[in-house]
Design a protein around this ligand. Structure first.
Ligand code: NAD
Length: 302
């Protein structure tokens, strides 16, 4: 069994750390939010007073933070002036599961390499339900040998483990995926709103499209219309899933990637504008499937 340091216990990191503890590993955890640490303790993890304490005695450390600036700040000490990487024993494996920009992933990976550590970027797909069920997809960038070394631990949290390529490749593949996710979520919301406005039952329409050529993950596994599915954010007023503001972040990362390679991404750009508009209307903290509300008629106050 492995002693693992786990930093970032939010919607995703919390259940991921819990699954590692459930598999019998010793999981030392830290988050800035005390309630998140309490939940992890209840799931069998061990609380640490700060990130440095969480890493004590660990051969493997995992971070699951919102964005590149958090990951750089944690590992490179940009804000706190501390060098956490230097606190790890030579040869330790650092696994960053956050979805972040490729440059930050490469920067932290390179800093780790210079200190004799191993680093992989390992963003995930599958949502909060996948994190809780241990069925996430891991999309890994880095050395093949480090991917192999990480596999037994990743398998405690996920079902599909992919090596996308060299350092940063995990993030590139994840951005392509999330741009497509944003496009089919917005498209699914639009199609459902169209049918419902013309008198169709959203559950019946979902079943029909789910067995037809319009089927997709947003429709089948993460239906945005309230009352169609249980155990999805739409069933709980869009709380506790993948926040709209995180989707906006990912679409920004995809656009930066497109800019870098002069790639045309017209559908992605449109999706980014839709989710930006939704976030700007005060919806940034709600799950991204609440985009469906953009398509609903509002009462005219006049
Ligand atoms: P979240 O905001 O729920 O969790 C992030 C956690 O990090 C918070 O609990 C926060 O307190 C903690 N944190 C931030 N800075 C910290 C620091 N310096 N030290 C310790 N803890 C710190 O976000 P999430 O939904 O869990 O997403 C995490 C990452 O996973 C993001 O990059 C996101 O894009 C990605 N992701 C999310 C989903 C999803 O469905 N929610 C799915 C796939 C990937």
């Amino acid at each position: 069994m492995t002693r693992i340091g786990f930093i970032g216990l939010g919607n995703m990191g919390g259940p991921m750390a819990a699954n590692l503890a459930k598999a019998g590993h010793t999981v030392q955890v830290f988050d800035l939010v005390a309630e998140n640490i309490d939940r992890a303790i209840a799931a069998g993890c061990i609380a640490a007073g700060d990130a440095r304490e969480a890493l004590t005695g660990c051969e493997v450390v995992i971070s699951m933070l919102p964005a590149g600036e958090h990951v750089r700040s944690l590992w490179l000490g940009e804000s706190a002036g501390q060098d956490l990487l230097a606190a790890l024993p030579v040869g330790a494996l650092v696994i960053d599961c956050s979805t972040i920009d490729v440059d930050s992933a490469r920067q932290v990976g390179e800093a780790a390499r210079v200190r004799g550590l191993r680093f992989i970027d390992a963003p995930v797909s599958g949502g909060v339900a996948g994190a809780a069920a241990g069925t996430l997809t891991f999309i890994v960038g880095g050395d093949a040998a480090d991917f192999e070394a990480a596999k037994p631990l990743l398998a405690c949290m996920g079902q599909n483990l992919f090596h996308a390529g060299a350092l940063g490749a995990g993030q590139i593949a994840k951005m392509c995926n999330n741009m497509l996710l944003a496009i089919h979520m917005a498209g699914t919301a639009e199609a459902l709103a169209l049918g419902v406005k013309e008198g169709l039952d959203p559950a019946v329409l979902s079943t029909i499209m789910g067995k037809s050529s319009g089927n997709n993950w947003s429709l089948e596994r993460y239906n945005p219309w309230p009352g169609v599915m249980e155990n999805v954010p739409a069933a709980r007023n869009y709380q506790g899933g993948f926040m709209t503001r995180l989707m906006v972040k990912d679409l920004g990362l995809a656009m930066a990637l497109a800019e870098h390679g002069h790639s045309a991404v017209p559908m992605g750009a449109l999706a980014r504008n839709l989710f930006n508009l939704h976030a700007a209307q005060g919806q940034g903290s709600r799950d991204f499937s609440s985009i469906v509300e953009l398509y609903l008629d509002k009462q005219d106050p006049a």
